[in-house]
Design a protein around this ligand. Sequence first.
Ligand SMILES: NC(=O)c1ccc[n+]([C@@H]2O[C@H](COP(=O)([O-])OP(=O)(O)OC[C@H]3O[C@@H](n4cnc5c(N)ncnc54)[C@H](O)[C@@H]3O)[C@@H](O)[C@H]2O)c1
Ligand SMILES: [Zn+2]
Length: 357
Amino acid sequence: MQRVKTSTIIDSVILSADNRWAKLLELLSEMRISKLFVLTDVNTSKHCFPFLKERLKGFDLPLLQFEIQAGEENKNLESASRVWTQLTEAGADRNSVIINLGGGVVTDLGGFVASTYKRGIPFIHIPTSLMGMVDAAIGGKCGIDYLQYKNHLGVFQQPASILIEPQFLNTLNAQEIQSGTAEIMKHALIGDREAWQMMKDQEGFDWIDVNTLHRSIDFKGELTSKDPLEKGLRKSLNFGHTIGHAIESFYLNRKTPVPHGFAVAAGILCESFLSQNHLQLSRSEFTQIESYILRQYKRMAFSKSDISAILHCMKQDKKAQDGHHQFVLLKSIGEVVWDKVVEDKDIEVALMHYIDC
Ligand SMILES: NC(=O)c1ccc[n+]([C@@H]2O[C@H](COP(=O)([O-])OP(=O)(O)OC[C@H]3O[C@@H](n4cnc5c(N)ncnc54)[C@H](O)[C@@H]3O)[C@@H](O)[C@H]2O)c1
Ligand SMILES: [Zn+2]
């Protein structure tokens, strides 16, 4: 059991050892809960909620379930508002607890709803997607998309606990495994050269096992516990995301959303390209990254005429300061520099390279 120390109100306890469900029951008993809510989306309601119910049947309180529609297009104010209303109508008070059972959409939105309801009630994340396990549920960032911008409204708030149950991955489709792997790749590239050596020549995604999962979870847990409020080091986790989020928003605006990890993989390729020119990332390391991404991820189908719309999406990025785009770039694999200003014209060149490579 790893405790992630933070300066925010509650410390998170990551439950991942064999006795995780017993530990969760213990924690729930200690919390003196008035009502226990579970937030799912339509898919995790079907595939994961029965499993959770079975595991928590020893607990005194009933599980009161709320469900949102699945997908990024529902990580919005309307869904949040519906859940706030449902909590109110169900009489949720400050001793109520929400378990967020789902992928990053459910944990981001559920954490945000809980953190703002009556100035904040405790919540527990039980991530069910690979993306949720290695990234979204770890580190205490919660939020929703607003207007056409990703994670535009949100808070830093740690869950009371995070439970990792690898069995949930059994019902996740191949595309979502592929998407989650983009964040495993990011963790390797920004600070775990050895993990990169293990993954760089892989074909497909069968190599991901429980050890890979835990290595990536521990990496993010340790990094975010050193800098919970993103004053410095934590910024390195934004590698691939300045361009990646803009691409994701671009597709979301077109009402053809793409999995978060696919946009991140494209963002990593573009930002690695920028790293060559701005930080002397070596040609051979760039080629390793580029060939891994082109082999494992289908190239996104945007064209040259879409570049200005993608740049427009980038303008609202939280990492932009005074209209300048701040990037995390690679000095070498495993070593990053953050707050690197890159001009629009160079970003355009990187996107053009992506289209043509
Ligand atoms: N807060 C953070 O630090 C952070 C970090 C990374 C990503 N994110 C956010 O996470 C979101 C992406 O997360 P995601 O990729 O998990 O998307 P998601 O929550 O939309 O899940 C992907 C799909 O898989 C389904 N699903 C989830 N678990 C399942 C299971 N066990 N069996 C069957 N189907 C299942 C979902 O219903 C959905 O259709 C984005 O909004 C991204 O911004 C947040
Ligand atoms: Zn991400």
